[in-house]
Design a protein around this ligand. Sequence first.
Ligand code: GLY
Ligand code: MN
Length: 473
Amino acid sequence: MFEKEVYANRRNKLKKLINKGIALFAANQDAAFNYPANIYHFRQDSYFSYFFGLNHPGFIGLIDFESGDEILFGNDFDIDDIIWMGPQPALSEQAAKVGISETYPYSKIADYISKAKGSGRAIHYLPPYRGEMMMELGRLLGMPPHEVKANASIDLIKAVVQLKEIKESIEIIEIEKAVDTAWLMHTTAMKMAKPGMNEREIAGTIEGIALAHGGPVSFPIILSINGQTLHNHYHGNELKEGRMLVVDTGTETTTLYSSDITRTMPVGGKFNQRQKEIYEIVLKAEMDTIAATKPGIEYREMHLMAARILTEGLKNLGLMKGNVDEAVAAGAHTLFFPHGLGHMMGMDVHDMEGLGENHVGYDEHTHRATQFGTAYLRLGKKLKPGFVLTNEPGIYFIPALIDKFRSEDKFMEFINYDKVETYKDFGGIRIEDDVLVTETGNRILGKPIPKTVADVEATCGEKREWLKMDGVF
Ligand code: GLY
Ligand code: MN
């Protein structure tokens, strides 16, 4: 947790952006895993955490934009809780840690809301993403649960995006800690990627590293020799010589800030010629677009730049043909690169995605494309200093997509399908780093994680030993 002034400052900034009504920020509740007392690891709501800091379930933080009041609703522990959970701070002590002096028992929130409603005041809240929260907010707001999300406050969404998209220096420090742990996760995976290993042995080991350094992972680990499946969470394959392993993973810090890094490594430690050729294209797209990242540029332009670099490289290998700009304008590259170049990252790995991707990644000047593939781009708008984003181009050979496009005679003038057929056993390659937009350009965050062919191969050849990162806890 940060100093209490951090949370007070954030609430004060929010109060400057909205001047009518009240805002509710609900902490997450514990969620049952397979029976009520057996719960999932508790993950606080990122917006409650941003404004109210406490990593505790079942609270509601309230801000009154007219009176300026800030209240924490929650329950004190009783002796039964203390027997099972150990000594716990009082609600008022918890509130004081984040600069709040007014607290009430949770049962009082319903009265507070109905009074506000009775006097016609706006009740702002963010769209909930968990079923339990929809039910609880529905109960408090007097609304059917399925209507709660649609009635969330657009003013509050916009104000929260405006604040949270610009990362404070203390947030950058946390994100860099998360990247440093990802360094250990990825270099460990490289050292373990040997023929005969099972994917789950590597996935389990690196998830353990995340947990040991404050974790958990920031999203379920994507780790597969079938890297052509973009979000492959199946970890039951045996690693075989000649395949590559795509590892897309990151962790959260104890303050909930994420990392999200992808590396692709050759099973057995050496890329073959065909793999190296595709790898170099993806690496060029990644490094050149990062180098071009700076304030004032639309991220959509970075995405299209990556698409042109990938197309050029695939054309040089005879997999694509024709004019590069025309191929990209037509969307022919999406056969190989059917996702967006990157997304905002912060406390959520897809930062604030729950508020609506278009509120976060687009604005009145930049609208989401409708074209297949490019429509998946989560971030298109102009970059500002303080944005943290991922940059993650890839090239994939997805047999079902190749068959589909070919059977529809799609992009015949840009794709050399006969050659593409010979790559159907290739898999995929993705390379991803986390990047801060600075006043003048950008900075790749955290300890550099091997990514050139030579550096990845050298790391794959190193012996694995237990390493502890300093300063990550
Ligand atoms: N790293 C997973 C994703 O960006 O969707
Ligand atoms: Mn990502």
